[in-house]
Structures are given as C-alpha cells and as structure tokens.
Design a binder for this molecule. Sequence first.
Ligand code: SAM
Length: 254
Amino acid sequence: MARNQRDYFYYKAKNEGYRSRAAYKLQHINTKHTVIQSGASVVDLGAAPGGWLQMAKELSGGRVVGVDLQKIKPIEDVQTIKGDITLDATLKKIEEILGEHGADAVICDAAPNLTGNWALDHGRSIDLCESALAMAKGLLTPGGNFVVKVFQGDMFKEFLDKVKENFVYVRSFTPKASRKQSAEIYVIGKKFITSTIKKGEEFDVDILERGDEGDGIARIDDFVVFVKNAGVGQHVRVRITDIKPNFAFADIIG
Ligand SMILES: C[S@@+](CC[C@H](N)C(=O)[O-])C[C@H]1O[C@@H](n2cnc3c(N)ncnc32)[C@H](O)[C@@H]1O
C-alpha cells in the first residue's frame, strides 16, 4: 500500500494480525446490524486477501467459505475457492461445499478494478452487486442475511429496490473504516424472504385453519398467509399487506 494511504486502521490491522483494514468494516457492520450470528455459516464473495474471512470466522465460529478470482492464502478452518462470482459454476461449487443447510449470511466486499472513470466503475460495481444478490438468493436459508459493497451512482436506487424485494429489513451503511473520499457504501439486507408472493398482490384463497392469534390461515404455493378476520372454510379474496421470511399477512378485500 502507498505510504500516504496508510492510516489508523491500516496499522491496527497490522498490529492485530488481520490481512486487511477492511476487517474493521465488517466488524462495524456487524456491531450495528448483527448480520453474522454465533454459529452462522458464512459465504464471503470477493474475499482476498482475507480480512473479512478472519473476522467472519471470529464472529460466527461456524463454517466460513471464501471465494475470489485471486488465490487466498490458507486460513485455519476456512474453506476457500478460486472462482468468479459472476459465474454459475462458482455457485455450484459453493453449494457443494455447504451441503443442504445453505448459508446463514452471504457477504460481499468484491470490487472491480477501478479505472477512475466514475460511471464505468459504478456500472461494474453494480454488475458485481447483481451477481452477489443472485448468489445470495441461491445460497441463503430463509431469514438469512446479506451484505454487499456498492460504489454509489445513479443505478444505486434501482439495486437497493431489488434488495428490498428479497429482504424484510434493508439499510445502507458506511462503516468507520471506509475512507472519507471513498464512494463505497454497504447495503445490508436482513431476513431473506423465500416466497415468490409480493406485498400488494391479490389472491383468492381458502381458509384452512385458525392461527394461535385468531387469524385465518391460508396457503399460497406452500407459503403460510395469515388472513385477518377470516374463519375456517371461507373462500375469500385477499391482498398481501406484509411479508416475513416464512409467512405473510393479508387482509380480506372481497
Ligand atoms: C476490496 S477486495 C476484498 C477485501 C476483503 N474483504 C478483505 O477483507 O480482505 C475486493 C476483491 O474482490 C475480488 N473480485 C473482483 N471481482 C471478482 C469476481 N468477479 N469474482 C470473484 N472475486 C472478485 C478482487 O479479486 C479482490 O480481491
């Protein structure tokens, strides 16, 4: 690293044995948003040289898998793959390693080679983010969490909206260890939604059971929907009002 770029976090990482100052970004993200819980299985996309992998291992103590175009020097108890996160073949390799359980968190600090051309760098960053989101959708368990680095620009909002379609809670966050002059921001998606149904959609449903709180229970594509003020045996038209990772709420509209 150029001498003039060395700073507090650079020296802190050196002293504390982390491979990059970026480790403190993940630590700060986790302190604020708890994306990695104890025991979580974590997939880190764009993981070289491995600061996030070291921190992810510390935070979870569970299975940690890292992927990068570059070879990652071995880290104890962490599995690494040399691969391109934009390719399906890489997703398959990660799936094989994880087995049936999938990932509880998918984190991505991948960055394109910066050219200095803002629009080009932003576009390439968004492409990587889209790949990371596709990977997250393929790998996450219901309710799982997602973190991705984005270089800001005019396509940011469109990407944020895509994350919002797939997670219950979405925030953007700039950790302390991000450089002041950097355009980077981290998007955090918590509680991965596995359903294909969306808020505002309408369906005709049969009320099959009564829930503990008194709502009627219907199923849409095997997804449980709690319908307010509905009784067992009713056939009603409903509008989805809220979606959670494993169920949704709806109101009767006719
Ligand atoms: C900022 S570094 C990641 C630093 C890492 N989080 C750490 O703490 O050590 C960004 C990484 O993204 C990787 N990368 C960029 N495009 C990629 C792609 N298509 N597939 C896999 N890795 C990629 C680069 O090789 C680079 O190592």
